[in-house]
Design a protein around this ligand. Structure first.
Ligand code: PEP
Ligand code: MN
Length: 333
């Protein structure tokens, strides 16, 4: 349920109403917009008398929100959320590119890629230290050592870091990681979602291979209901009957998610296509579809990569992509 307040409502009137809702056992989510204040009510609102609340002097309108996701719902927060990662803003017209290797493999590799993507215009560095691999015999990531190498790259380039967590017991290792990624395979690991929801780190939540947009938003809700509102949604392709590409990039997810939610939406065309030559066209299409950012896999020697080399761009190819995406965004304005 949401309560839209009238423009002239005083702080005192507003606080009194919030307190009253809280006494009814509800949690109140306040969204102070430029033009209106909205009180989003979470909990059992069945006993709330709509007519009574609607008749209050400071109330402009009340609406029942039927969707099960509340905090992630645009009805609760009509304006776009802008997530600020150490000065890098994403959402509400701010576009950010996250780039870097699938996995951190060595000091030389991560530093070379970091310098390369930074020079080409990336604003955050990605790199997996803990890797969710389909086979237990494949490279599993450098784990804690990989995190240390990312920290070194951050010290050298100043770029905020994005890295995937797979186990809440590893949270202490992520202290200097700016954005914690929840990978597609863990999108519905609800205990992990609750654990990152208790932190104040930005969370990049990737859509599961076979999950609906509603399920993605419910997973965002798990994080937000613990108090962490810094969530970025990521479309990374879903599994369909098509096998030419690694997954099928669902670009309609971008306008759909932006209609349903106020959270920023980024697109990962690398995992979506699995083919390096298809990354640039899909990145451009994602920008044109209104994405708030991109996540692109870049490797200094894709042919030698321990993971996902086939879909990785060289720093030079990434630079070309970044330039073409910039032109698309320019044309849109
Ligand atoms: C990744 O981004 O490193 C990754 C493993 O992606 P996904 O979870 O989307 O498969
Ligand atoms: Mn990868």
């Amino acid at each position: 349920m949401i309560t839209v307040l009238k423009n002239g409502a005083t702080e005192e009137q507003k606080n009194k109403l919030i307190k009253w809702f809280e006494q009814q056992g509800l949690k109140v989510h306040v969204s102070e917009g430029e033009y209106q204040t909205i009180l989003g009510l979470v909990g059992d609102t069945t006993q709330i008398d709509d007519e009574l609340v609607g008749s209050l002097e400071i109330v402009d309108a009340i609406k029942r929100v039927s969707e099960p996701y509340k905090r992630a719902n645009r009805k609760f927060h009509p304006e776009d959320t802008v997530v600020d990662v150490n000065g890098v803003r994403i959402g509400g017209g701010n576009f950010a590119i996250i780039a870097g290797p699938c996995s951190v493999e060595s000091e030389e590799q991560i530093l070379e890629v970091a310098e390369g993507v930074k020079a080409a215009g990336a604003s955050m560095l990605r790199g997996g230290a803990f890797k969710p691999r389909t086979s237990p015999y494949d490279f599993q990531g450098m784990r804690a050592e990989g995190i240390e190498l990312l920290e070194e790259a951050k010290a050298k380039t100043g770029m905020p870091l994005v890295s995937e967590i797979m186990n809440a017991n590893h949270l202490h290792l992520f202290e200097n990681i700016d954005v914690i990624q929840i990978g597609a395979r863990n999108m519905q690991n609800f205990e992990l979602l609750k654990a990152v929801g208790k932190t104040d780190k930005t969370v990049l939540l990737k859509r599961g291979l076979a999950n609906t947009l509603k399920e993605l938003l419910m997973s965002a809700e798990y994080i937000m209901s613990e108090g962490n509102e810094n969530v970025i949604l990521c479309e990374r392709g879903i599994r369909t009957f098509e096998t030419f590409t690694r997954n099928t990039l669902d670009l309609s997810a971008v306008p759909a998610l932006k209609e349903l939610s106020h959270l920023p939406v980024v697109v990962d065309p690398s995992h979506a296509t699995g083919i390096a030559r298809m990354v640039e066209p899909m990145a451009m299409a994602a920008a044109a579809a209104g994405a708030d950012g991109l996540m692109i896999e870049v490797h200094n020697k894709p042919e030698e990569a321990l993971c996902d080399g086939k879909q990785s761009l060289t720093p030079a190819q990434f630079a070309k992509l970044a330039e073409r995406v910039r032109k698309i965004r320019e044309a849109m304005n």
